[in-house]
Every structure is written in structure tokens, then in C-alpha cells.
Design a protein around this ligand. Sequence first.
Ligand code: SF4
Ligand code: SF4
Length: 97
Amino acid sequence: MALWITDECINCDVCEPECPNQAISMGAEIYEIDPDRCTECVGHFDEPQCVQVCPVSCIPVNPQRVETKAQLLDKYRVLQAGAAPPSAPSASSPPPR
Ligand code: SF4
Ligand code: SF4
């Protein structure tokens, strides 16, 4: 699964530079994760780096973006190759609260 940032985000800026896939950016009000670029850090690290550094623990997994570790690894390889990642249905909206 990709991860997503909830509205508990305090815009502390800590996670953005830690992402190895440049998946995190400032959105309209809070930071956002591009699910087409988030591999849960698969291919780079054993643990999601943004989750490790977030001081308010507001980065859960996105249940609308279910992916196996193999799929995340494929996404990582596509990103490393510099190609556009494949699109997936319901990719951009966070799950309802
Ligand atoms: S889990 Fe890893 S790849 Fe996904 S947004 Fe966080 S730091 Fe980036
Ligand atoms: S580390 Fe957490 S609180 Fe800080 S900007 Fe990222 S998601 Fe928001």
C-alpha cells in the first residue's frame, strides 16, 4: 500500500526531505503523498522513512491503494528507470474518515 497523510499533519516539513522517491510535497493545506510515487520505501529502506520521523504519527497506510510488496518493488523499479508509474484506480483520494 501507499501511505497517506491525515489532517493531523502539523506541516513540520520533516518528512519531505526523507522520502527517497520525492513522493511528499506541500498540498493546499497540509503535506500530501503521491501514491504513484510512494513505495512504502520498498527498494530503499526496511521501514517507511516518513513514518519514522513524523512527530505526530499522522501517516497511516492508504486502504484505497492496496499493493503487495512485489507491486511496490515494481513501482520502485519503474521510478528508478525514470518512467511514469502505471496509474491505478482510486489512486489520489484519501480514504473516508
Ligand atoms: S513511505 Fe517512503 S516512499 Fe512512501 S512517502 Fe514515506 S518516505 Fe516516501
Ligand atoms: S512529518 Fe508528519 S507532521 Fe510533519 S509534515 Fe510530515 S506528515 Fe506532516
